[in-house]
Design a protein. Structure first.
Length: 107
């Protein structure tokens, strides 16, 4: 069994001065490459205090779970890539980069 993980987190626009919280969706998944199926996927929302939100993408390297973290769903079991891509596109709805990256995988 060879497992690979993927983590996707939205990079939100910089908050305006005085913004209390910045919310970003986060997705984590594990894929068994020997079977060609995903075995785990979960989604969460990370909340960052507005004055501590990372100012550039390279600042995200040590971002951790944010100031607040709430897991909203978890799926365990074997499921094909098309199911995962549909889930990812649904979770990041309105974020066209996910659809662009996954191409036709979710159709």
């Amino acid at each position: 069994m060879v497992l690979k993980t993927v983590e996707i987190e939205e990079f939100m626009p910089l908050p305006k001065f005085g913004t209390e919280w910045v919310f970003a969706r986060y997705l984590h998944a594990i894929r068994d490459t020997t079977k060609g199926e995903f075995i785990h996927c979960d989604g969460a929302v990370k909340a960052y205090a507005g004055d501590r939100y990372p100012r550039a993408q390279h600042d995200f390297r040590n971002r951790g779970k944010g100031d607040r973290y709430r897991k909203l769903f978890r799926i365990d079991g074997n499921f094909p890539a098309v199911v995962w891509s549909n889930l990812a596109c649904s979770w990041f709805r309105g974020n066209r980069l996910i659809n662009e990256y996954l191409g036709n995988a979710s159709e």
